[in-house]
Design a protein around this ligand. Sequence first.
Ligand SMILES: Nc1ncnc2c1ncn2[C@@H]1O[C@H](COP(=O)(O)OS(=O)(=O)O)[C@@H](OP(=O)(O)O)[C@H]1O
Length: 354
Amino acid sequence: VGPPVTNVMFLKTHKTAGSSVLNVLFRFAETHNLSVALPVGSGFHLGYPWLFLARYVEGLGRPGLQQQFNIMCNHLRFNLPEVQKVMPNDTFYFTIIRNPVFQLESSFTYYAAYVPAFRHVKSLDAFLASPWTYYNRSAGLNNAYARNNMWFDLGFDNDAPPDDEAYVRARLADVEQRFQLVLIAEHFDESMVLLRHLLRWQLDDVVAFRLNSRSTRSVTGLTPEGRARAKRWCALDWRLYQHFNRTFWARAHAELGPRRLRSEVARLRVRRGELTVRCLQDGAAKNKSQITDPRLRPFQSGQADILGYNLRPGLDNQTQQMCLRLVMPELQYVARLYALQFPDKSPKRIPFLE
Ligand SMILES: Nc1ncnc2c1ncn2[C@@H]1O[C@H](COP(=O)(O)OS(=O)(=O)O)[C@@H](OP(=O)(O)O)[C@H]1O
């Protein structure tokens, strides 16, 4: 026991349920009046895919403004010495990973037009059948979305040879040493329970709706052969996932025990169910054409059909504010916190809302 942890750094890896975690952290920051390390100027991420530098954070280094922040969670490529310039020494570090097969499939659909390696191939199965036809190491950092993307986000070389056992082990040890917790997207609710326990937060603080998810229509299944190839192509991410999937359960059982873990997960789901009924029109996610309030429209990319939510009409003001925070997409929430934190700067513009 002790006071809630308020200095938190979340490494938001790509296509791993990070937007749902970011929502949890932004809500906590907003409702507890904490400062957030936000992207400088008009940006929405912290310099990705470049290695993170402290100067990518708004307000840093200007006399009279604060030099350190409570919460940091926007996309960045991890670079510890620079992160440490922004975050206090007692910061709690955590991240999230996902089965690399599903992570890659999500990435392919979302970034198809943006990533050189994906641009000229019609399907992920075709890509995986001969990746070296499309993937060129020297094509620039944007190809990081196409191979071992989580390994890359952690700041490592995503083209390193996966059979170099000493190298792989050393990097896994680096992650263990720096991150107090590595969450697993496939076990999102267990992850939130464990996170809440370690941060000493309230149940409501970690209840989240699924954000940035695709309609089933835009999810393409891989063939069994494609799945096996994806594991080999992203062998570094596969090692990462296997390792931390194992330690996650060991940790959850050591911290909480299986019974308490189960009952806390059940409580979380009940609470999310209550908030679903209270906040959401039809209690369900909506596709982009159905979302009426532009403030609630999520950014769309590639072939992905990204779902969002409508709020129930007629909510009282306080409930509406609470529900709004739960469903606010990432870009809108970044812009909102930026306006709150830097009222004298020109507000961030969201092009697709103009
Ligand atoms: N709560 C929860 N549990 C499990 N999975 C979840 C959850 N929330 C989001 N998601 C899935 O995560 C994918 C989006 O990841 P990110 O938000 O990290 O994407 S992004 O990098 O910020 O664009 C996206 O995956 P795909 O639908 O396969 O694309 C989401 O469906």
